[in-house]
Design a protein. Structure first.
Length: 374
RNA sequence: GGGGGAAUGUCCCGAGCGGCAAAGGGGGCGGACUGUAAAUCCGCUGCGUAAGCUUCGUAGGUUCGAGUCCUACUUCCCCCA
């Protein structure tokens, strides 16, 4: 096969692996963290900054972009890459997450989801086919199947129905997507917190022979140990030759633990949203910059960081900006957080390549536990 | 000189019109955020673990009961001279 979408594992360490996804718009080094840019922007960041931090791919969202500015309009303007000035790979979510997050504004049916726009209340039908069509109009490089994401905890019955519906939708998405060399459509494993359902979901999806597999419906209310247990259950059923993407996760600790278990891709709102809300992630753990104790602290968040936001601005100044609700405060903390996330990912990749992942993880967690630098 | 108005919870603004430990804001202190309806949301903010105690410029008074009514005083503001 001469597909231009290729996943290569270059090294493994335990269940963890490092490698690269190569595709026409660029290479994604794995394990990868993908900053979330729901509405065509990684909030509070310039694309150049996002790129410079080592991001190889960012997310976009079908639901949000179909409402505003509209998929056809984005297509007319040259696609999402051109529109948002991000020439590198883009992964788009299908709208499946909004099935959960906008539960009050949607209706499910076998055919698809009907959303009532959170913006103006208008009705929009999202079928598996339309979701793929929209993702195609956006010119997304990695497209996600439409799925039904369910909040946990839930009954086995609800988890099972959502999982089976998601499987049927996966097939329809695969047909709609067809053959697109250089691009990919990923399936999404569902099944709540039920081992049997997770395994069935994974096996059925693998039968569809997709280019990548996501684990969805996690970090949606369950404790971390449950999430990790689900990963351990699912991964052995996924082919080692395809990328595994844990959707929507997570905290640095979640990511480290998942990489250790063989996950290759992550996306999460955490670094960007938390940054806007005054929380900084650093090598020394989390720092709530709003807290009074930083008011007169001249030290930067991390003097050794190569990111200016982390090394060149005092905590006192960041504290001031956050308190004043200044835009720059959100920009700097988002920048710092994304820098830390990408620093962490680079560290994980290097550690796996060097066969010292466990040591790296121990050192990393030691830093978090130690707290403040110095 | 004459007339009118205002002082509220120990940071600020401010509701309150006889049953009030006293609405709301702001500020402050802390927390949350996981495929983004999020520059959002949630606590706490007189003392005490509690029964309870002490508060509404000051001092008296009326009343079962006063932040609310009356009197005087203090300070501030406005208008007329």
């Amino acid at each position: 096969m001469s597909d231009k979408f290729v996943f290569e594992v270059s090294a493994t360490d335990g269940a963890a692996r490092t490698g690269a996804i190569r595709m026409p718009r660029g290479t994604i080094r794995t394990p990868a963290f993908m900053p979330v840019g729901t509405a065509g922007t990684v909030k509070a960041m310039y694309t150049d900054q996002v790129r410079a931090l080592g991001s190889d791919v960012i997310l976009g969202n079908t639901y949000h972009l179909m409402l505003r500015p509209g998929a056809e309009r984005v297509a007319k303007l040259g696609g999402l890459h051109e529109f948002a000035r991000w020439p590198h790979p883009i992964l788009t979510d299908s709208g499946g997450f909004q099935v959960m997050s906008l539960a009050a504004l949607r209706k499910m049916s076998e055919n698809g989801v009907t959303f009532q726009s959170h913006i103006d209340g208008s009705k929009h039908v999202l079928t598996p086919e339309r979701s793929i069509e929209i993702q195609g109009l956006l010119d997304s490089d990695i497209q996600m199947q439409l799925d039904e994401c369910v909040k946990l905890p839930c009954t086995d019955d609800i988890a099972e129905k959502a999982m089976h519906l998601s499987l049927r939708w996966a097939e329809r998405c695969r047909v709609a997507f067809g053959e697109q060399p250089g691009k990919a459509m990923f399936g999404i494993v569902q099944g709540g917190a039920v081992e049997r359902l997770r395994i069935e979901s994974a096996n059925e999806l693998v039968n569809l022979d997709l280019k990548g597999y996501a684990i969805g419906g996690l970090a949606v209310g369950e404790p971390q140990d449950v999430m990790l247990a689900m990963i351990d259950i699912v991964n052995p059923h996924l082919p080692t030759t395809k990328p595994r993407y844990l959707m929507g996760v997570g905290t640095p600790d979640d990511i480290v633990e998942s990489v250790r278990r063989g996950v290759d891709m992550f996306d999460c709102v955490m670094p960007t949203r938390a940054g806007r809300h005054g929380l900084a992630y650093t090598r020394f753990g989390r720092v709530n910059v709003r807290n009074a104790r930083h008011a007169e602290d001249p030290r930067p968040l991390d003097e050794a960081s190569s990111c200016e936001a982390s090394s060149a601005y005092s905590r006192a100044y960041l504290h001031h900006l956050v308190r004043c609700n200044e835009i720059l405060g959100m920009m700097l903390l988002t920048w710092n957080n994304l820098a830390y996330y990408q620093f962490l990912m680079a560290g994980l990749r290097a550690a796996i390549a060097a066969g010292r992942l466990e040591d790296f993880i121990a050192e990393t967690k030691e830093g978090w536990a130690r707290g403040e630098q110095g």
